[in-house]
Design a binder for this molecule. Structure first.
Ligand code: AR6
Length: 226
């Protein structure tokens, strides 16, 4: 990865629980209390400011984190599956699959690096952006470019829909086997680059499933901006 340059001012801070809800502007270093986090599905959070946009890392469940658009880690057949995909379809209800049933015949398969948009059913969002990540082989078969393309395409589609807040999972790091730190580096760098030139995206949140994923993303973010 090239070094991060021309970032302008930035800061990394830990959020209070109230900040994670977006209702308080105070920041300090502390772990969100477990009693609260059970309600919020949030354990830890960190915020990074890129120009006028915010990049937030949360540990939690993406189906419980409100946003204009929730990004799904889908597959090329857009037919649902396990992991985030399964959780999104379960929580969102059958209307999402019905929309995909209409999209599929028009486009055939959705290649790795590309994405399609549906409504969000019962999820706390307006749209689901179904992004197809690469299956990891060894990192030398176009996987980094395809992973970056997933995030860029999702951001572009969100912008076209007028969505200003997005949530992302760590695409390809589950069933598709992308090493977490490598994926974090590409995903964070791609989103930071996009936010630098698109301030109309107000908030991009990565919702990381479990402490290992959260800690890896936070560590990589610190290295990228350090
Ligand atoms: N919220 C946030 N992150 C989650 C959640 C959740 N509710 N559930 C899992 N993760 P994966 P992929 C994390 O396997 O690797 C599906 O079957 C998970 O821990 O969902 O892109 C699709 O249909 C991991 O870090 O997606 C495809 O066939 C990350 O989300 C295939 O899996 C991505 O894991 C896509 O594989």
């Amino acid at each position: 990865m090239p070094p991060l340059t021309a970032l302008g001012t930035y800061r990394i801070e830990y959020l209070t629980l109230a900040d994670a809800r977006g209702s308080d502007a105070r920041f300090h270093e502390q772990q969100i209390p477990r009693a609260h986090s059970a309600r919020m599905s949030v354990e830890m959070a960190a915020e990074f400011t890129v120009g006028g946009s915010k990049l937030v890392l949360l540990e939690g469940d993406i189906t419980k984190t409100p946003a204009d658009a929730i990004v799904n880690a889908a597959n090329s057949s857009l037919a649902g599956g396990g992991g985030v995909d399964g959780a999104i379809h379960r929580a969102g209800g059958p209307s999402i699959m019905r929309e995909l049933d209409e999209i599929r015949p028009k486009i055939g398969r959705c290649p790795a690096g590309d994405a399609v948009v549906t409504g969000a059913g019962k999820l706390p969002a307006k749209y689901v952006i179904h992004a197809v990540g690469p299956v990891y082989r060894d990192g030398k078969h176009g996987e980094p470019e395809q992973l970056a393309s997933c995030y860029r395409t999702a951001l572009r589609l969100a912008r076209e829909k007028g969505a200003t807040t997005l949530t992302f999972p760590a695409i390809s790091t589950g069933v598709y086997g992308y090493p977490m730190a490598d994926a974090a580096c590409i995903s964070l760098q791609t989103v930071i680059d996009y936010l630098q030139t698109h301030p109309e995206i107000e908030l991009a949140r990565f919702v990381l499933f479990g402490k290992r994923a959260y800690d890896t993303f936070e560590q990589v973010l610190r290295e990228l901006v350090g």
